[in-house]
Structures are given as C-alpha cells and as structure tokens.
Design a protein around this ligand. Structure first.
Ligand SMILES: Nc1nc2c(ncn2[C@@H]2O[C@H](COP(=O)(O)O[C@H]3[C@@H](O)[C@H](n4cnc5c(=O)[nH]c(N)nc54)O[C@@H]3COP(=O)(O)O)[C@@H](O)[C@H]2O)c(=O)[nH]1
Length: 946
C-alpha cells in the first residue's frame, strides 16, 4: 500500500543520488593508507587473531618469569644446603685436626710412651664410628743424623725385634714411623718407614714442624692402598716438640722438634658420611688445586648417569694448611623439580585462555557483523519494497486513486487519470463524487467513506471524469490503528472487455463466414419453434440443404473462392424467407432452414422450391459464372421427430435421398429412409472395427489375353469377412466408406497389402504381370496419393510398373487439370494407369490425350449388352479404335460368355477379365494359377469361381 508521502522517497537503485554520508569520507585515492587498512580490516578475523597473539605473548612471558623466579628460589635453597654441607665438612676436618693435636699432646706428654699405650689411646677414639675415613693414627719420631741405631735398638728392646728403618738411604734428618694403631697387617707394614725419604710427605712434615699447625699432604695414594686401588687420601701431620708444646720461634720449633703424629685419611669415607645417600640431588667434587688445574678430583660423589647441572657453587675448604676447592652441583632430581610444571602450566593455561578469549571475541564480532549486515539488508529490502510499491502504483494498469475522508482525491496513478480522461493534476484535490455521472457510483463511494466496501460493474456505459465507457469500480476503505485513513478507489475501463465478450457471444452463436446463426443458435431456434408449435398446435419444418458438387468448386478454385460462393448462397437463402423463419449454416456447404407455424407439409415444400428457385440463377464470383444447385431434405415436427436432434437427423437422411435422386431437388423424410440410415450408421461402426481388427482381405481377378488365353494381369478387389454376416462385397460398404471418409484409411491398407503381395509373388514366381489396384475418387483427390504409392512401392522394393492404378472416368472428369497432375506424378514413379468403367462417364473423349493413361477398361455394361443384344457393339468397337489410335491397350471387363469373348476377339480387343475365365479368387488359388503359368502350360481355360 503506498503512503501518499512515500511517493517522494527514492530508491537508491532507481535514483542514483550520492549517499550524503559518503561526502565526509575522503576519496579512495586520497585516503591515508592506514585508515584504508583499518576500514578494510576484517574485524571478526583480525581482533581474535590479535587477542590470540597478545595472549600467547603474555603466556610466554609469564612462563619465562615464573621460570626465573623458580630458578632463583632454587639457587637460594641450594646455597643454603651447600652452606650446611660445607660447614659440616669443615667441622669434620677441624675435628680430625683436633684428633691429631690430641695424639700429639699425648706423645709430647709421654715421650717414652709404649706402643701398646698408643694403641689403647687410638682404640678409645672409636675411629670407624666417629671419625670415618681415618685409617690409622701413627707416630713418627724425628731421628737426628747418626742416631738411627739408637732408635732401632730401643724399639727392638721395647719388643719390636725385627724393627728396622727403611728405606736404607739415609738423609740428614729422618722421621721414622714407630707406632701405629689400630694394629693390623696393613698398618704394621708402615712401621720403620722414614717419611722424609718421600718428597710429598717430607714437605708436609716440614710444614707441620715449622708451623706447629696441622699440615696436610696433597692427595696421595697411601702405601697400604697401592695394592687395593682405593681412592685418594691425604695424611694430616701434627708436629711434637720437647718442652714447650709450641715453641715460639721457627728455630725453637726446629730445634725442639721430636716427631709427628700422622693421620692418613681416605677422602671418600670422610665425605660420604656427610651426604645422605638417598639424596642424589647434590653433587660434590673436591679438588686440592684449582679445578681448572686438576687432573682429577680428590672426591666425586655418585650422581645420576644423565645428570645435567642446574646450579654450581664453589667453596674453599682449609685442610691442614692447604686450601681445597669444593664444587657443589644441583642435579636434576633436585629439591625444586617438583615445581617445574608451573611455567609449563602457566604457558598452557595462558594459551588456552587466549584461545578461549579469541573464540569468544570471534563469536561476538561475527554475531555483531552479521547483525550489521542483516540490518543493512533489511534496510535495503525495505527501500526496495517501498520503491516497488511506488512503481507498482505508478505502472499498474488498474486505475487507483486515494480518496481522503472528505472525498477529495489525495493521489491517483496514471491509469486512473487515463480512465477518467483527465490530467492527473486536474484530479488531485477535487471531490471524486463530482466526477461520476451516475448515482450508483456516488452512493458506492459514499458508502466506502463510511467504511463499507463496494463494487460496481454496470451493463450500461458510465461517465467518469471526461470519459464514458463501461467501468468496473471498486471502493475499499483502508483502516489503520482502528481508524479509517482513506478510501482506495479502483477503476478499470472494461469497455474493450465488454466488446470482446459480446464478440465471443456473437461467435458462439453466429457463423463467422456468412453471419448466419450457427449450429448452436439453430438448435436454440428449433427448440424455440418447437415450444411454439407445441403451444399453438402448429408444425415446424426443418430443411437440410447441401450444395451439390460444392467440393469440386472448393478444391478446384480454391477456398477463398468457395467462401465467397458460400456467402452468396447465404444471402440468397435469407432473401427469400419470412422474418419468422431462420436460416443458418451447420458448417461446410450445409445450411439449415427452420420454418415455424407450418400448417401442412406443402408449406415446407413451398419453401424448398423457393430455395431451389433462388439458387437456380448463376452466381457471378471472381469474374466467373456458376450454377450451384441444392439437395434438400425435409423433416416435420411432430410427424418425424419431436426434438431438434431428431429433426435435423431426419432432414439429413432425406437430403441424401434427394442427392441419390439426382440432386437439385428436395425430399421429405420417410420411415424407410430412417431405417436405411440406421443400417448405414451400424455399417459405419462395423467397418471402422473391420479396419482395426484386420477383417479386410484382398482377392484377385485374372486378366487374360483374348487370343492366347494367357494371364496378362491381376486386379486386386477388396473383401470384408464380417464375424457375424460372413463375406460382405464392396458394393455394400464402399459407399459408406466414401461418405464417412473411411475410404482413405481403407485405400491405404489396400495399396500397401497389394504391394506386399506383389513382392511375395515376385520372390516366389518371378512374376512379371502387373497387379491393378482400384483407387476411389476421395483417395485421388486427397493429394497424397502419389506419395502414398511411392511409400508402398519403396517399402516393398518395387520399381513401379508392377503396379497398375485403376481410376474411374468420373473421378478424373471433376477436375481434369489436377487429375492430370496427380496422374503425371504417379507415372513419374513408374506405375501404370488404367481408366476404369470407360464409356460410362461424361464420355468427353477430348481430355484423353491430355492424361498419361496406359489402358482403357471397357465397362462391363457394354459387354453385357453385347450378349443380350440390347445394344450393338459400336461402343466397344469405338473404344478399341480409340485405344489403338492413342496407343493405349484396351481390356474388356465383365466377360461372362464365350460369345462375348468371340465378339471381343473379332473387335481385336487385346484382353479381358470376367467370370468366363475366373471370378476374383483368393491368394492361394492365384498361386496355383501362377505355378501353372511359370510351368509354361498351354492357355488356361477357366478357373474355379470365387
Ligand atoms: N476403391 C476401391 N474400389 C474397389 C476395391 N475393390 C473393389 N472395388 C470396387 O467395388 C466395386 C465392386 O467390386 P466387386 O464387387 O469386387 O466387383 C468386381 C468384380 O467382382 C466384378 N466382375 C468381374 N467380372 C465380372 C463378370 O464377369 N460379371 C459380373 N457381373 N461382374 C464381374 O466387377 C467388379 C470389378 O469392377 P472394376 O473395378 O470396374 O473392374 C467395383 O467398382 C470395384 O472397382 C478397392 O479395393 N478399392
């Protein structure tokens, strides 16, 4: 529904005005590339991707930061643990120094100590339990040069009978191992060993002597371990002095030096006890030189095979005046690996959250952009609808006007203005009621203004604005929000439609060619007359008129010529009738006259005579004069029938009888005619079925040479084997076939069947004689005959001369020119032409030379007359002479007696056919004949009858 104001709205598609919002945007060329990039950015993709990237970055940073924190915490914890282990190690070494000091004090306190006392002292220490790693505690006495013998003597005296000092090589000063504990085979082997003989030991002993402090050797393999391959060890020396436990000066210490307590310590057991064997998270390596210079460490704790070091810490450890370096390694199954999952979890969690955020953003933005697109589409669709409505209103072929509540025209489309015959501007703002010239339209509009819709379609022309025509008016109140807004007035000019309706009405009842009532109206008029007749007790006559030989005129001079003749006939038929009578055309050349108030049959006869008389004078059409005669059949109500159909049928039957009686006349229908007509109708139905069911067949009559008696041809003749009535001859069914047009289908079948039979005989008997086929007038005039003949020949592989077409003289005479053309076409295809029933027709021999004919057939009536003596032989003689002069062969038909044959021989007629030689015979009998023929028998005398 178009709103009045909507007319001003423009569709962007229809009105390509620039979008005002577009003015604020820079042109594509001048727009900064970044803004253009932003505008083209696909937000539903870009934003989630950016969120995902940012989230992933943050997650990685969180992972790295947490990793660093964890590492730092691990370092702190590891350092604390290292301090703890290192402190314990330093403490243990200090304790071991203390043990050496204690042993030294004992040796200084009791210079003459017996080795057994030493052993007790050492055993009391419970070294394996309390001081792991210490192998023994021994005492070596300093022996001045030249006093070695004293020491040996005193030691032997003390019970060590095989005591000796070794190695023998004597130095300036010796420090000889005299006591060791615990006493065991390994330790005892070192008794008597001069430790100054070995550089590492000497160096440590001198440092111990000079400092008074414990002095350790560097890492060595102990004598007792040389055989076992035990790990590195060191020996801790503590010097003993005479007098003062620690003489104050170097000289004093050297001067009062009496020996050293030596404590060999295996480093492995020393350290192992400090580290929990189950905790393999801390690796320890001890070097007595800087690790970079060391060939191997003094000690290395056990560690996992594939261990990698996370943190390494170096600590110094003072041992007997030396400084060891201890390296502590944090190993992978260390204290803090339990939290290693944290950075990974942070990363995974962060990525998962980022992904979730990206998806949520994506969904939100897609939903948003879809909503934006949808909104855009809806807006465009609404605009389009609005424009379409407007277009519909403007271009609608139906006149539409919007009428306000006061009856004034608010708007109207061009179709309404055109219907009213006024410019649109002249209608706008004026009262539509004043535009109507009739009250009914005004009332209908007022009713609509009161809310009641209404339609008007007057049979009479109405005035609308400046035009008078048939209008269809429709007033429709439009109500919105419960209130009437305006009235829609629809106006359609239906003048044209009305005229078309009237014309259709006319065509439905009148014949377009002649303007006479057609079959429909004729029935109506007869029914009307019958009502009148019943009421008044009068008769009604129906005259069925068929023009004689009109088909010839139509076919030969053309249809437009024929139409003109029909119009002229119609005019003449009308001119001689009373006004109360009706003349109409049933179709083709059939007319009907309905005569009312007939008192007696003679009244109808008078009308028929008048018709004959009116048509008698020649018609001048197209510069030619024609005589058209009618055959008229008459039926009467109530004598012959009481309804229109019955009356027309009876008049039709009577008309046929009039034709049979020689045309140009009339006949009243009789009871016998009706019966015959019914029989004909039954026959027609049966014949149709016969064609369908294959009840037709062909018989063949031989044609014989008059002199030799040899068969020179065969004539195919149709037969009908009726299921109830048995054999029916063509004389009974051919007329019906011709009247109904069935003869065409029948003729097609005969043509094809005869050709097929020729082919079969040609194959079997090497047949060279022609077979003749009769062609009816309808077939000949059909125009299709040459083509049909060609198809039948081609389909059976025949060249043409095997077939002879028999056509009657009367068929040709109707239209010699077109007959000549058809015959020429047939000849062209090679078939032979015979002129049947020759002599009975118009006998206008003059046309013969114009037609391509091969044979003349003397009608059997002339042959019959020969034998009866009713006529002389002049006609057959003339025909034989004519044939000879035109070069045509001549055959006589209907030869029944020897006498007739003899006469024909006398006339030198070449051939004959007739019962004398053979009746028409079925295929099997023909074949017996042909077998004789091919066996070159003497002339055949006669053949069995049909
Ligand atoms: N269009 C077609 N017309 C056909 C066809 N078959 C036959 N006809 C025509 O029907 C008419 C009657 O034919 P039919 O009953 O077959 O009679 C033929 C002969 O039986 C008959 N005849 C032959 N010899 C004698 C005789 O010695 N005495 C005698 N009384 N009658 C005889 O003559 C008829 C053959 O006549 P014609 O064709 O003129 O040679 C007849 O007009 C047939 O033409 C058909 O298939 N199509």
């Amino acid at each position: 529904m178009p709103e009045p104001a909507a007319a001003s709205k423009a569709d962007p598609k229809l009105d390509p005005k620039p979008d005002p919002t577009a003015e604020s945007q820079p042109a594509a060329g001048s727009e900064p590339s970044f803004r253009r990039f932003l505008r083209n950015l696909n937000l539903p993709v870009a934003v989630p991707v950016l969120a995902l990237i940012a989230g992933a970055g943050l997650s990685v940073m969180a992972m790295l930061h947490s990793g660093r924190l964890l590492h730092r915490e691990e370092e702190h914890r590891f350092a604390a643990r290292v301090e703890e282990i290192h402190g314990q190690l330093a403490d243990r070494l200090r304790v071991y120094e203390q043990v050496a000091r204690s042993a030294a004090s004992l040796a200084m306190t009791f210079p003459d100590l017996h080795w057994t006392q030493w052993s007790r002292f050492v055993e009391a220490l419970d070294m394996p339990q309390r001081y792991p790693g210490i192998i023994s505690i021994a005492y070596a006495r300093a022996v001045a040069a030249g006093r070695a013998g004293d020491l040996v003597a005193s030691m032997r005296a003390a019970g060590l009978s095989d005591f000796r000092i070794w190695p023998e090589t004597a130095g300036a000063e010796r420090v000889v191992n005299i006591f060791t504990a615990p006493v065991n085979e390994g330790n005892v082997r070192a008794i008597g060993f001069d430790m100054m003989s070995e550089a590492v030991r000497r160096s440590a002993i001198e440092r111990a002597r000079d400092t008074g402090e414990p002095a350790a050797t560097r890492a060595i393999t102990l004598k007792i371990d040389e055989a076992t391959g035990a790990g590195p060890a060191f020996i801790l020396y503590q010097a003993t002095y005479r007098g003062d436990p620690l003489p104050p000066s170097l000289e004093a210490r050297r001067a009062s030096f009496t020996g050293v307590v030596l404590t060999p310590v295996r480093i492995g057991p020393l350290v192992d006890g400090l580290i929990d064997a189950n905790r393999r998270d801390t690796g320890i390596e001890i070097f007595d030189v800087p690790p970079a210079d060391a060939e191997f460490p003094l000690y290395r704790s056990r560690r996992p095979l594939d261990s990698t070091v996370a943190i390494s810490l170096m600590r110094e450890l003072p041992v007997g005046g030396r400084v060891w370096t201890v390296r502590y390694d944090s190993l992978p199954d260390g204290l803090f690996t339990a939290h290693d999952w944290v950075p990974g979890a942070l990363l995974a969690g962060g990525l998962a959250l980022s992904l979730a955020l990206a998806l949520v953003l994506r969904m939100a933005l897609v939903t948003h952009s879809r909503a934006v697109v949808l909104a855009g589409e809806m807006t465009a669709s609404l605009r389009l609808q609005e424009a379409e409505r407007q277009q519909l209103f403007t271009q609608a072929p139906l006149g539409i006007a919007l009428v306000g509540a006061d009856g004034l025209v608010l708007d109207c489309n061009p179709a309404f203005a055109a219907a009213a015959g006024l410019p649109r501007q002249e209608l706008l703002g004026t009262d539509l009621r004043l535009r109507f010239g009739d009250q009914a339209s005004v009332f209908a509009l007022e009713a609509a203004l009161q809310g009641e819709s209404g339609k008007l379609e007057s049979d009479q022309p109405l005035l609308l604005g400046g035009r008078r025509s048939h209008f269809s008016l429709h007033f429709q109140p439009v109500i919105a929000d419960g209130a009437q807004k305006f009235v829609l007035a629809f106006a359609e000019d239906i003048g044209e439609k009305r005229r078309a309706e009237q014309h259709i009405q006319y065509l439905a009842h009148f014949d377009a060619l002649t303007g006479l009532p057609n079959r429909v109206l004729l029935y109506d008029r007869i029914a009307q007359a019958l009502r009148e007749g019943r009421r008044d007790g009068t008769k009604v006559a129906v005259l069925f008129i068929d023009l004689d030989r009109f088909k010839v005129i139509n076919d030969s001079l053309g249809h437009s010529f024929g139409d003109e003749v029909l119009r002229s006939v119609a005019r003449r038929l009308q001119s001689g009738l009373r006004e109360s009578d009706t003349v109409g055309r049933l179709g083709g050349d059939e007319f009907l006259i309905v005569v009312r108030r007939v008192m007696e049959p003679n009244d109808a006869a008078c009308v028929a005579e008048k018709v004959v008389a009116h048509l008698a004078s020649p018609f001048a059409v197209g510069g030619q004069n024609f005589v058209v005669t009618p055959s008229i059949g008459i039926s009467l109500y109530p004598d012959d029938a009481e309804d229109p159909e019955g009356l027309i049928r009876c008049a039709d039957i009577a008309m046929y009888h009039a034709k049979e009686q020689g045309r140009n006349g009339f006949r009243f229908v009789t009871k016998e005619m009706g019966a015959k007509s019914r029989e004909r109708m039954d026959l027609e139905g049966s014949l149709r079925q016969a064609i369908r069911d294959g009840q037709l067949f062909l018989v063949y009559q031989p044609q014989v040479d008059t002199l030799t008696g040899r068969i020179v041809g065969l004539e195919a003749l149709i037969r009908w084997r009726h299921p109830d009535e048995g054999m029916i001859l063509p004389g009974r069914f051919l007329p019906v076939a011709e009247e109904t047009g069935l003869v065409l289908a029948m003729g097609d079948w005969v043509l094809f069947e005869a050709c097929a039979q020729i082919r079969r005989w040609r194959t079997r008997f090497d047949l060279s004689i022609p077979v003749a086929v009769n062609v009816s007038g309808a077939q000949f005039r059909d125009g299709q005959l040459p083509a049909k003949v060609a198809r039948a020949l081609d389909a059976n592989g025949l060249s043409g001369p095997e077939l002879e077409i028999e056509v009657t003289e009367s068929t040709l005479i109707d239209d010699v020119e077109s007959a000549a053309a058809t015959l020429a076409a047939l000849k062209q295809r090679g078939v032979l032409i015979a002129l049947d029933d020759f002599g009975t027709g118009y006998s206008s021999l003059s046309y013969l030379h114009r037609l391509p004919i091969d044979k003349l057939k003397i009608d059997r009536s002339f042959i019959h007359d020969l034998s009866t003596g009713a006529s002389d032989s002049s006609v057959p003689r003339a025909i034989v002479g004519l044939g000879r002069s035109l070069g045509l062969s001549v055959i006589a038909e209907g030869v029944e007696t020897q006498e007739q044959l003899q006469l024909l021989r006398d006339l030198a007629c070449e051939s004959y056919q007739g019962f004398l030689f053979s009746r028409p015979i079925p295929v099997e009998e023909v074949e017996r004949l042909l077998e004789k023929l091919t066996a070159v028998q003497p002339p055949v005398q006669s053949v069995s009858a049909e």
